[in-house]
Design a protein. Structure first.
Length: 277
């Protein structure tokens, strides 16, 4: 449980990065707001049509008493809404990461400079982000189907579907949000998977906390910059203090003086004072 909470705290540390780089973090709100408006419109359309969807999905209940027919329709609506929320959250993240690549790249670089003093120079460009975005949407579709299927279980299905949706979506978010920092260090998808599985509970804690913030109205837009910052810190946690590319490793890719590193600027007196607090 402590590892799960440690993962959730990493998102909190991401929020705290607003104090260190407010202008950089503010830029991350722009793509999230644009995509968020589109996603909100889609959810509104779905909610307005939930009654028809519930009726269409429960033809078997037409001969039941009015009370149980209504219960069946409400359960069907809850299952559809749970699956839709999972899919919308993952789609929102994928589209935002793709559209906002230049903005989130700046946040990632700021966190790397703050934590390690340099920025790794691996491939983190637009096309890599687009490929990861499509992979994220594909995984999100699978998670939405699984959450919807769990919702069909009698009695506990609706609750199980929502809980599974939060945890599974959290895992997907943790995987994709950390990809930028890990790919920049030359790690393949298999290697990234291995690192995440080694600290699965930490990754789940971060991802679930991010997913819950996304569920709050307006939370997805506000949380996205913090999620980028926090996921970079999560990547450092996954790598460990002595691993190649980890924060604090003098021989790491991206560490000051190491090959392939992009040296950071000399901090100003204000930054130095901030770092000392």
């Amino acid at each position: 449980m402590s590892d799960f909470l440690d993962g959730a705290r990493l998102l909190l540390h991401g929020w705290r990065f607003w104090r260190r780089r407010p202008s950089t973090m503010a830029l991350g709100l722009v793509p999230a707001a644009v995509v968020g408006v589109v996603m909100l419109a889609a959810i509104v359309v779905l909610v307005l049509n939930l009654g028809r969807i519930g009726d269409w999905a429960t033809p078997f209940a037409d001969d039941w008493t009015p009370f149980w027919e209504r219960v069946a329709e409400l359960v069907a609506q809850a299952v559809v809404l749970a699956a839709a929320v999972v899919l919308v959250v993952v789609t929102f993240t994928a589209l935002t990461l793709t559209v906002g690549e230049p903005f989130y790249d700046r946040i990632w670089r700021a966190v790397e400079l703050d934590r390690t003093g340099a920025v790794p120079t691996g491939d983190t460009g637009f096309w890599r982000g687009a490929v990861d975005g499509f992979a994220l949407m594909a995984r999100g579709l699978v998670v939405a189907v699984l959450a919807g299927a769990l919702g069909l279980v009698p009695v506990v299905g609706t609750v199980a579907g929502w809980v599974a949706g939060v945890l599974l979506t959290g895992w997907v978010l943790a995987h994709e949000l950390t990809s930028r920092a890990l790919v920049a260090r030359g790690l393949s998808r298999a290697e990234r998977n291995r690192l995440l599985r080694a600290q699965r509970t930490v990754a789940l804690g971060f991802g679930a906390a991010t997913q819950l913030c996304f569920l709050v109205p307006g939370g997805a837009v506000a949380t996205m910059p913090a999620a980028i910052a926090g996921s970079t810190m999560l990547a450092h946690r996954l790598l460990g203090p002595g691993a190649p590319g980890a924060a604090g490793d003098p021989g790491a890719l991206g560490a000051p003086g190491a090959p392939g590193a992009e040296a950071g600027p000399v901090p100003s007196a204000g930054d130095a004072a901030a770092g000392g607090r």
